[in-house]
Design a protein around this ligand. Structure first.
Ligand SMILES: [Zn+2]
Length: 403
């Protein structure tokens, strides 16, 4: 609480919360009646988005639940965060989650996880692990999937809806009472109904139920904003789409499995959000900006997402190795600034060690392309970074796979 009173007493405290509703492609969320999502989008925006990294590229990412969650949490794709499936065998904790970045800077602020699934907190957020520097999740209500007494498993998976209801009960009560500074609410029932029935009335009903649950979280946020000096940011999104043919499966790279969406009350969406095709990785830097997290440079150079709100300098980095030169191009989203091009021929970062970035030039952002020499740093692998005034983007050059 000290922090809240430390500065200007009139200043409102910023709080952020994101909800992942499992397994709903954009075409479905747009078809089903979702009055609560619409209400929130009315204050901000509904955006179509994507998961899956770059199709057939080095960052291609399975359209699987835990993989998607970790792309949101870390702002990176699978080639970095290393969560390949729901087993979550070896997450690379050198790519910090939004929770970790937040706590590193604001150790007294409170973080919270509400989820059927225990692994979200234990493995992905990494509660209490040495690898996350013993990050502590202050408030949590989760692991109900393991409680087969109170949530007896039934053939129709109705128990999962009851678990989601419990998650919402806990989350909304906690928001009203203690208002954690950064929260993750996870809802699973929609994916269960998708797997069981595919595109079907049962699946659509599950989505309507989810919308009502989001409405209860939104009510709790309204309560806080009315009664306390707080401003809340909310993002609601999904972790993957579903297959075109039946709507039952996911995991692959078809357009519908990659197709997702996000709803936010965020104000001041920028030209990147407006004119580009956002990814799940964009939510992390956007929440970081709202919560005034100063992301250390070494992490900025790794985050694959682009901020959706406020000023933004550059987007859509392309890089191609041509006989000792890298042909770099980008899109300029702000004028009158210079961008720096940094290149590293090694990736020590993935092992927790510093990289060796060389500054290969400074160019007017408006130029939107540059040819930089890497003759004195010969390699078949490069990490290319463009540093603008307001944001940093990156891309790998990887050896071509012979087919
Ligand atoms: Zn999922």
């Amino acid at each position: 609480m000290l922090q809240a009173f430390a500065g200007n007493a009139q200043q409102r405290v910023k709080k952020a919360l994101f909800i992942i509703a499992d397994g709903i492609p954009a075409d479905v969320i747009e078809k089903v009646a979702t009055p609560n999502l619409n209400l929130i989008a009315g204050q901000g925006k509904y955006l179509r988005a994507h998961v899956g990294g770059e199709k057939d590229g080095y960052s291609q990412t399975p359209t699987i639940s835990a993989v998607g969650y970790n792309s949101l949490l870390t702002g990176t794709w699978f080639n970095k965060h290393n969560v390949a499936d729901n087993d979550i065998k070896a997450p690379n904790y050198h790519y910090p989650t939004i929770f970790r970045l937040f706590k590193d800077q604001y150790p007294d602020k409170k973080i919270a996880v509400f989820s059927s699934w225990l692994d979200n907190r234990i493995k992905l957020v990494g509660d209490g692990l040495a690898a996350t520097n013993n990050l502590k999740v202050d408030l949590h209500a989760d692991g109900y999937e393991l409680d087969t007494v109170n949530f007896k498993h039934d053939k129709e998976s109705a128990y999962m809806h009851r678990i989601d209801e419990k998650v919402i009960d806990e989350a909304s009560a906690t928001i009203k009472q203690s208002a954690p500074d950064l929260s993750w609410v996870y809802l699973e029932y929609t994916d269960d109904m998708g797997h069981r029935y595919g595109d079907s009335p049962q699946y659509y009903t599950a989505i309507e139920m989810m919308d009502k649950q989001v409405g209860r979280i939104w009510d709790a946020i309204q309560y806080r904003q009315k009664n306390f000096k707080e401003d809340w940011l909310i993002f609601i999104t999904t972790d993957h789409g579903r297959d075109e043919r039946t709507g039952k499966g996911h995991g692959g790279q078809s357009a519908r499995q990659r197709s997702t969406w996000m709803v936010t009350n965020a104000k001041g969406l920028n030209n990147y959000a407006k004119y580009y095709y956002p990814g799940i990785v964009d939510i992390m830097p956007s929440i970081a900006q709202f919560l005034n997290i100063d992301i250390p440079v070494k992490y900025k150079r790794e985050i694959d997402g682009t901020v959706l709100t406020g000023p933004v300098s550059v987007a859509e980095l392309k890089a191609n190795l041509i006989q000792g030169n890298i042909d770099v191009s980008w899109k300029a989203l702000s004028t009158d600034e210079k961008v720096k091009i940094w290149v590293s021929a090694v990736n020590n970062f993935k092992d927790g060690n510093p990289d060796d970035y060389k500054l290969l030039g400074e160019y007017p952002a408006n130029a939107e392309h540059a040819l930089v020499s890497v003759k004195d740093m010969p390699s078949t692998f490069y990490k290319v970074v463009i540093e603008g005034k307001y944001n940093t983007i990156n891309r790998w050059i990887v050896p071509e796979v012979k087919k």
